[in-house]
Design a protein around this ligand. Sequence first.
Ligand code: F6R
Length: 511
Amino acid sequence: MCGIFGSINNNALKETYTGLKRLEYRGYDSFGYAALDGNTVQVKHQLGTLKDDVFNSDVQFGTAIGHVRWATHGEVSIENAHPQKSNGFYVVHNGTVNNAPHDNLDTKWIAQLLNQHHGNINFVCNTIDGDNAFVFINKEDGNVYCVAQGNKRLFVTNNGYVSSDLNALSGFSSTAHILQNDYCQLGTWFQKNVPVPKSIIEPIGEHMLDEIKQQATLDTTSPEIVTSDHVDIIATGSSLHAGMFGAYSLEQQGISTRCIHASQAPYYNLRDSVVAISQSGETKDIIGAVPKIFTCLTNTPHSMLCDMSEKNVFLDVGPEYAVAATKTFTMSCIKLGGPVASMGDQIDDLMGRGDEIQDIAGRIMGYDHFLFLGDEQNYPIALEGALKFKEVAYVHAEGMPASEMKHGPIALVDYKVPSLFIVTENFRPETISNIKEIKSRRGFVVVVTHDAVRDKLEGLADIIFSCKDTGEQYSQSLVCNVVLQLLAYYIAVGRGINPDKPKNLAKCVTV
Ligand code: F6R
């Protein structure tokens, strides 16, 4: 997490703002920059999300480095915001330093080491332990230096830009060099480069709703990813749920599939065939868990995981700026499990029924605890729905198979704990009993289903929301999931939360 951007070009400060704006998904606890003009360095820090006026200046700086922070070491405060300074060394940093002295902020320590050892990068790299990337201005020689160690990388361009990700360099350079386990002075010419995307969707205004909407345009075809008759899927969060969703389809195709939390994978004897799912391609838990040979399913070309893998399959859904995974989740489900029926009309229809969904959100937004229930491929949808509620609406929600509810969680059910069922045509008869069991304990029940099933559920629940039919179960579940995404979005907005930047989170979890 944390984003770094720097420039040694005319208008460096404004360019740094533009770059950081594109990197804000990596952290938004605080931000700061250092800009150099001749012998003067201007440094500013502020808490919260980026503000462009903080980057206004009468001086046309020719050197600037900036940072958006997701706090790891040290609380969120102006003192801990980057850049950290020690005499003439100004440092912005991403990653963790495992051996930083307890009484010292890790980034501050890097600045102090640089200062004490006259900018000796080799010494600093040999002293600090961990995966980290840092960029610093040395005021004395007026240069910017970039350093990347372990599994952290930086993208540096021959024309003097540095960034934590490739997309943020769009428009600044057509190619970039991947700096890893290496360092350089910014502006060094590298022969080996990768292309920078020509244009990207600029992060302006709200993203989550827009990204939910973009799901109507997703290509629902998919290549065959798993060629073996058994596979292990490794992922975290929404990507793990996508793996679990795809697993149902793979199992039906005769492929024995295990889904493993990346953080737990080191304790498994993994099978020969492994698929790692990570939209960012940067998640540390996965990088630390993958075997030598694996297939990577990601939205981020040239990410660390991509380069480690034998084979890459790209989601190709464009950048996802909202912290909550929406379109990348849906596309991961499609790419892993195989093609699904098209669902453009059905999702467009949902987007046109925003008032209806907002109304349901209004009826349930006063509750603090939710159960999400679904069987078969709707079980991972239940987990995913619960995760969206937690992360963007800040309510406690638990997802589980519908039939699991009576093995304990039903003890929680009363009029204060609503249950959301996801019911598609392949539902088990027991699902009806599960709904009745909750109703008879005064639980409030919302069912998200589709038109072909609605009649069979009439009268059972407090609210039944029915989507248009797709005619195929996997796409149908993904359409129902869009309703859950919209409910989480509307509850967040209703509770005054910015759904794009929920507290304590960042888009890529690199620590
Ligand atoms: C949920 C969410 C996280 C990520 C998880 C994995 O909306 O965004 O749970 O899914 O951190 O991230 P990637 O896919 O980048 O490895």
